[in-house]
Design a protein around this ligand. Structure first.
Ligand SMILES: CC(C)(COP(=O)(O)OP(=O)(O)OC[C@H]1O[C@@H](n2cnc3c(N)ncnc32)[C@H](O)[C@@H]1OP(=O)(O)O)[C@@H](O)C(=O)NCCC(=O)NCCS
Length: 156
């Protein structure tokens, strides 16, 4: 399988926060943001493996700053690592300042997607080809997280 670069699957998605996306105090409802995170990362996963993949987990989802009705929100997803049939994807959610365009980080998370083959079972993904030192660091950190998760699962 031909290796792909993180830039091949990098995904950016823009949303406008409407009243139906908000809670009783006019800030974005967490479940809506989670849904956008899932969509954005699933597009990156599909761009990497060229196939449908499913969400296996979402880790360390943190809401760091409020998003309000009327805000323009930008989501970005990039592949941190590709393993055998799974991929770790880092997602950032930023709100844009209407006048200055300045972006504020409002949420981030890490998602793991598993590529599903035509037989409905986990199927191999293309290797990820890190291009920069940052790419390598993100891949190494994701590999260590996966190692720790597998070790914890084994000992439980
Ligand atoms: C994710 C899923 C396909 C894994 O199937 P499985 O039969 O357990 O597969 P395996 O144990 O062979 O694992 C396959 C890969 O998934 C990874 N994986 C499985 N469960 C995982 C989890 N909870 N977190 C992270 N990775 C996971 C494994 O580490 C493995 O990765 P690798 O091939 O890169 O080493 C299966 O659990 C599933 O279908 N879950 C429901 C997914 C879904 O419906 N998502 C939408 C929810 S809204």
């Amino acid at each position: 399988m031909e290796a792909k670069r993180p830039s091949d699957s990098f995904t950016e998605m823009t949303e406008l926060v409407l009243p139906q996306h908000t809670n009783a105090i006019g800030t974005a409802f967490g479940g809506v943001i989670m849904s956008w995170i899932d969509i954005c990362s699933s597009i990156a996963a599909k761009r990497h493996c060229g196939h449908v993949s499913v969400t296996a987990r979402i880790d360390e989802l943190e809401f760091k700053a409020p998003i309000k009705v009327g805000d323009v929100v930008s989501l970005t997803a990039r592949l941190n690592a590709a393993f055998t049939s799974s991929m770790e994807i880092g997602v950032r959610v930023e709100r844009e300042h209407a006048q200055t365009g300045e972006r504020v980080l409002c949420a981030d998370a890490r998602a793991t997607f598993v590529n599903i083959g035509d037989d409905g079972k986990p199927s191999p993904v293309p290797p990820l080809l890190p291009e920069t030192e940052e790419d390598k660091r993100l891949a190494d950190e994701a590999t260590e997280r996966r190692r720790q998760r597998k070790a914890a699962k084994k000992s439980s």
